[in-house]
Design a protein around this ligand. Structure first.
Ligand code: NAD
Length: 356
């Protein structure tokens, strides 16, 4: 395929998946599960055990068990325990009720067995739309892509997000926006993904401030979930760049909270690429209703009372040199070349919480 400047060329390849979206959509869970299997294992975190138990009850005879030990970043021991419980029960379909941590646990079971997942997301992280899975062994999280782990059916019911506290909901939505921002300048993007990315930023930027000021506003929760869905597709369909590299480095090395790191870094990573990706910046700024993409993101974080400084979320000041070194070794592709000095400066601004 010839590449001619100014004429786009791309590959658009979306694996089939089914989305059931709406207030009360959870009522459809039994019929959706029965399309895929007869013995469902329900997964959740310990905090969402109550949600998982209600789902087991709702599934009746189709549910063969419950596993409520999901935790952030899928530790290998948790993955082993969940896999052996699934084998012991003879499960043939997995229902994940929760955020990226729970979906992630379902994915590592599906990776081994090839069996389907019905995901019921309750945060805005977007993991349910991606073929990306991760397993953590020791302090090292390894991630990879495999279409076997992509949930076959996703049920988005905004009612389930009503219990998500606003201090988790806001950063979780910023995590989703980060996927869309990087999809807009990804080397393997395409026009359809760009439409989804811009629309998801628009939807989340409108919904998140309302969710934070009126936590019981169901329309805002639904709009946020819609934005998260689109952002998840963007993440799963393209390669990520400097923003995600920095977040993986900081989260993995200094054990910082996942969604908060994404929130703090995003305005600065966006500013880093400001001159190198003008078309993406125009679309991000347009979706935010702002003159400048990075400034618009920073303003949005302020509006949702999200974290703006690494120093406030547990980053040690003496870790910045190490983080800059790690993030510039084996860098991901990025519109602007990755240079140690510029990345060290970016991290300093993110540490201090300076406006980008
Ligand atoms: P999470 O799943 O870790 O949830 C955070 C906390 O909120 C948990 O205690 C959870 O039980 C609780 N919670 C979730 N929904 C709730 C609700 N509606 N009401 C009350 N409490 C609720 O958070 P997350 O940000 O969704 O996921 C983070 C993890 O997902 C990280 O490990 C990250 O790497 C991974 N992730 C993976 C992908 C991917 O594509 N593979 C994408 C995004 C995130």
């Amino acid at each position: 395929m010839a590449t001619i400047p100014d004429i786009q060329s791309f590959v658009f390849d979306q694996p089939a998946r089914r989305v059931v979206f709406g207030v009360g959509a959870l009522a459809k869970l039994p019929e959706e599960v029965k399309r895929l299997g007869t013995k469902a294992l329900v997964l959740s975190t310990p905090e969402q055990k109550g949600d998982a138990e209600r789902v087991v009850e709702q599934l009746g005879d189709v549910a063969v068990g419950i596993f409520t030990d999901a935790v952030m970043h899928v530790p290998i021991d948790t993955a082993r325990k969940a896999r052996s419980e699934a084998a012991r029960l003879g499960a043939d379909v997995y229902v994940t009720v929760g955020g990226g941590s729970t979906t992630g646990l379902g994915k590592v079971i599906a990776l081994e067995t090839g069996q389907p997942i019905v995901a019921v997301p309750t945060t805005f992280a977007g993991s349910e739309m991606t073929p990306i899975y991760g397993i953590t062994e020791g302090a090292l999280k390894k991630t990879a892509r495999d279409n076997r782990v992509l949930p076959r059916t996703v049920i988005y019911d905004p009612v389930l997000t009503l219990t998500l506290p606003v201090h988790i909901a806001g950063p979780s939505g910023m995590n989703a926006i980060a996927h869309s921002v990087e999809a807009l300048y990804a080397p393997d993007g395409n026009p359809i993904i760009s439409l989804m990315a811009a629309e998801s930023i628009r939807a989340l930027a409108e919904a998140l401030p309302v969710i934070v000021s009126e936590p019981a506003n169901l329309k805002a929760r639904a709009d946020g979930l819609y934005g998260a869905w689109l952002a998840g597709i963007c993440l799963g369909s393209t390669s990520m760049s400097i923003h995600h590299k920095l977040c993986h480095t900081l989260g993995g090395t200094f054990n910082l909270p996942h969604a908060d790191v994404h929130t703090v870094i995003l305005p600065h990573a966006t500013a880093y690429n400001r001159d190198a990706a003008p078309e993406a910046m125009r679309r991000i700024a347009g979706a935010l209703g702002s003159k400048d993409a990075a400034q618009g993101i920073f303003d949005l974080i302020k509006k949702i009372n999200g974290p703006t400084a690494l120093k406030d979320i547990g980053m040690p000041a003496d870790g910045l040199d190490k983080a800059a070194k790690l993030a510039t070794e084996n860098p991901y592709w990025n519109p602007r070349p990755i240079e140690y000095t510029a990345i060290r400066e970016l991290l300093q601004r993110a540490y201090d919480g300076t406006r980008p």
